[in-house]
Design a protein around this ligand. Structure first.
Ligand code: SF4
Length: 370
């Protein structure tokens, strides 16, 4: 690619991985929350701070448990112990008995220990900062951030599995979990606004619970669809990537399906030695430990063009590693452009060429998308 073509090509690119506009994102999300926040017994209406005791009790109960299962227990606890000092004065056996049926009983023991610590060391008042909350028994990073933001309006970012999924999709994070956790946390913190961080936290929870669901996100009705790179690239449902538990490493890359104005396909001959030596391939980026960000991937495109993502991924298992390939397609290209080691092949001859299965999958995915 010439320097002029390369710069024209780069100018065509969509926004980069971290260019999401935090202020307008928060405004859109909060407007949606104001219109239809879930009504839950521990919540205050949008715009108001909630009671820290209510937030804490619900967050501890909600760990590993659904909202539906928690509500009757939450109500029972509040009726019995309307404040943290009342709970601190209760007998542990009594607390365990009321908790019975909710499971994960260490949570009930920690709940009681935490109430006692707040009564003894903080005069019965929850400390306000994320750091001091984190120091209390049974309060982890997520719960501390949730209480600080929702009850005290601190700009703290609570990241659980739901929020992790939403953020990974918003930024089309290419690295698999768990390695991507610090990056996702940093991106989530960047999105959290100074104003209404508590409502923002609850709005992210609602979005993850109701719209940006694990298997089939409802992007068409999503209030932040305009900001979402995962949706724009057609890869939302596949995110976040997860590292394989087995001993086969996972690799990622992007393949570029160039189609001429006559319908011919650009293929590249692989070097004679090494994996798939001498065979034909759809030109791709190197295959690495994470999905290349869009700009980096496009810089490796064989030709300048209007590269559009094809929805979904091509998955292939080699003997020594598994591969996920994102596929980009550009049409109406001129056959006079022919990058090194590449040639144009009419579609009708493809079946007779030495094309390995992984590349046949790429061709099928890009030429005949469902
Ligand atoms: Fe999730 Fe889709 Fe909304 Fe993106 S557009 S945040 S993937 S529901």
């Amino acid at each position: 690619m010439t320097a002029v073509a390369a710069s024209r090509h780069r100018a065509d690119l969509a926004v980069g991985d971290e260019n999401l506009e935090a202020a307008t994102f928060a405004a859109d999300l909060l407007a949606w929350y104001d219109r239809g926040a879930r009504v839950l017994p521990w919540r205050s209406p949008p715009g108001a701070h909630a009671d820290p005791y209510h937030v804490w009790l619900s967050e501890i109960m909600l760990q590993q448990t659904t909202v539906k299962a928690v509500i009757p227990y939450y109500d029972k606890f509040l009726r019995r112990w309307p404040s943290v000092t009342a709970l601190a004065a209760a007998d542990l056996d009594e607390v365990m008995a009321v908790w019975a049926g909710l499971g994960y009983y260490s949570r009930a023991r920690n709940l009681h220990a935490c109430a006692k610590a707040i009564a003894a060391a903080h005069g019965g008042q929850f400390p306000h900062s994320e750091t001091s909350l984190r120091a209390l028994p049974g309060i982890g990073a997520y719960t501390a951030a949730a209480i600080a933001a929702i009850a005290f309006g601190e700009r703290a970012t609570a990241v659980d599995g739901n929020v992790e999924r939403v953020v990974a999709r918003l930024f089309a994070v290419g690295e698999p979990l768990p390695a991507a956790k610090p990056k996702i946390k940093r991106l989530a913190a960047r999105l959290t606004p100074l104003r209404r961080p508590g409502d923002f936290t609850q709005a992210m929870m609602d979005l993850g619970a109701s719209i940006c669901s694990p298997r089939s996100p409802s992007c068409l009705v999503c209030p932040v669809r305009a900001h979402c790179l995962g949706h724009a690239r057609g890869v939302a449902a596949a995110l976040p990537f997860k590292a394989k538990k087995g001993d086969k490493p996972q690799r990622f890359g992007a393949a570029f399906l160039a189609i001429s104005s006559e319908g011919a396909v650009l293929l590249r001959r692989r070097p004679p030695k090494g994996l798939l030596g001498g065979m034909l391939e759809v030109p791709s980026t190197a295959w690495g430990a994470s999905m290349p960000p869009l700009e980096q991937a496009h810089a490796d495109a064989p030709l300048p063009g209007h590269w559009l993502p094809v929805c979904g991924f091509v998955r292939h298992s080699f003997t020594h590693f598994d591969l996920d390939l994102a596929v980009y397609r550009a049409g109406n290209l001129s056959r006079t452009e022919r990058p090194a080691a590449c040639a144009w092949y009419p579609r009708e001859v493809l079946q007779d060429e030495a094309i390995p299965s992984v590349m046949r999958k790429v061709l099928k995915h890009g030429l005949d998308p469902r």
